[in-house]
Write a protein that binds this ligand. Structure first.
Ligand code: ADP
Length: 170
């Protein structure tokens, strides 16, 4: 039987850290569905269709990956697609605290989907969507934070803010 995992998050925007977890998750599962979870009452930086487009661009050469969005409980999505696991990434103790709680709640709601944690690579420990947004808002280089294929899309999105902030390269 095909083993499906879901990898849920805000992906606002997707980073190299997310993609590494996804690649490694693919060695464990036949299929990984990246699910952009969002609260319709909260506006992110990138719209959900924008986040989806960026994710699709980064994962187009990854067979076994699909991208979707969902505004309900992650466990409801997991059950809907028959997932056996929920893939998560851990950078540090802060992630662990939040993730452990979430895993316990999710276990109660959907015991058939095991939470699987993969530790971040050392070079991705300081990589986060919020760091990408902050750097992009100054027009700073995003190398190492996001794949080259979407760097220009993100820079374009922040071009106006970056012009106001006048990045000097120091
Ligand atoms: P963020 O926490 O940056 O807003 P998401 O909500 O999109 O990101 O996170 C989805 C999952 O990916 C979470 O399990 C999170 O801990 C993990 N993750 C985020 N950034 C990284 C990274 N740099 N390396 C490994 N895992 C990460």
């Amino acid at each position: 039987m095909e083993r499906t995992a879901i990898y849920a998050g805000s992906f606002d925007p997707v980073t190299e850290g997310h993609l590494d977890i996804l690649r490694r998750g693919l060695t464990l599962f036949d299929r990984v569905i990246v699910v952009i979870t969002h609260n319709p009452d909260k506006r992110g930086c990138f719209t959900v269709p924008e986040r989806e487009a960026l994710l699709r661009k980064c994962t187009r050469d990854m067979p076994g990956v699909s991208v979707d969005s969902w505004s309900g409980l992650t466990t409801a999505y997991a059950r809907r697609v028959g997932a056996c696991a929920m893939l998560r990434g851990l950078r540090d103790g802060g992630d662990w605290q939040a993730e452990q709680r979430l895993a316990l709640i999710n276990r109660r709601l959907c015991p058939e989907a095991e939470t699987v944690f993969l530790t971040a690579l050392p070079e991705h420990m300081a990589v986060s969507s919020s760091a990408v947004r902050e750097l992009a808002s100054y027009g700073a280089p995003l190398t190492g934070y996001v794949p080259a294929c979407i760097e220009e899309d993100i820079r374009a999105r922040f071009a106006e803010a970056a012009a106001r902030r006048n990045w000097t390269g120091v």
